[in-house]
Design a protein around this ligand. Sequence first.
Ligand code: NAD
Length: 298
Amino acid sequence: MPAQLIDGLLVAAGIKREVQADVAGLLARGLRPPHLRVLLIGSHPASKAYVTSKVRACAEVGITSDTEILPDTISEKSLKARIAELNADDEVDGILVQLPLPDHLTPMSVIESIDHRKDVDGFHPMNVGRLALNMPGFRSCTPAGIQELFKHYMIPTKAKHAVVVGASNIVGTPMALMLSREHDSYNGKATTTICHKYTKDLTAHTIAADILIVAAGQPNLITAPMVKEGVVVVDVGMNRVADHTSEKGYKLVGDVDFEGVSQKASWITPVPGGVGPMTVAMLMKNTLLSAKKAVYPD
Ligand code: NAD
């Protein structure tokens, strides 16, 4: 039986509606709308597209935003000086430095210079550390969005074997932390395996998964023979592959062979329209929470 589709566009629309209503509530109380400041360094084409979709989502929900385009030659010192100004600006609730950065900049060092109370991406070591310790903090938007998908579709993670392919700081590692936490009210409580490019026999792990999250950035990495019947598959991958039939000259594909794997899975996310919209929706939610000082009260 083909898999049921996990519709990220639908769930994301619901979250954005909730954020929009909350923002309207702030305005009704005479407060200013939440404000997100985006720093875009250089002219990476995919980064520009991601920033455009985040800015558009802000406008949809009533969050104000500004994008500062900084030259790709900017020094780390100058970038951090600008971030320090934004950290001190009471009118700015969220600061987002769009990744990837040019090679001469050290991403973790730049992220660490953001005030963790404005780190609405949830990438700051303070926020990732607080996730690991099950303390309040901003959660990384992509794995937090995947948790929302599980909640919406009532897909239990408790006592399941979850396999995460990809161990990056921004997706794979926080995802594995969330899935393995014992004390989460709904999600978590899974036995979790993390795989990465040094994993010897990837199939030996993926075939054992009840829940398979793939965030490797490798088109067609996961094929039907690598998964078991009934698996829940979340494809985080967003890869641009050449497509001469499309106007843009490329199409977006995930890391999973959707056609084959969806014949065996019980649930699966499409690409596009799965995890991507959830990442943006959770960014809106984090920015709202920051403006409300709901995560880090004064
Ligand atoms: P990354 O490059 O930082 O990390 C990739 C991870 O995958 C690493 O841990 C690496 O060891 C592992 N990996 C690579 N090749 C592998 C292989 N053959 N077998 C097993 N593991 C392998 O990437 P990232 O930032 O975590 O992003 C991963 C993918 O997810 C990319 O396609 C990215 O565009 C996409 N992404 C999507 C969203 C979204 O909102 N949908 C958000 C963030 C990232």
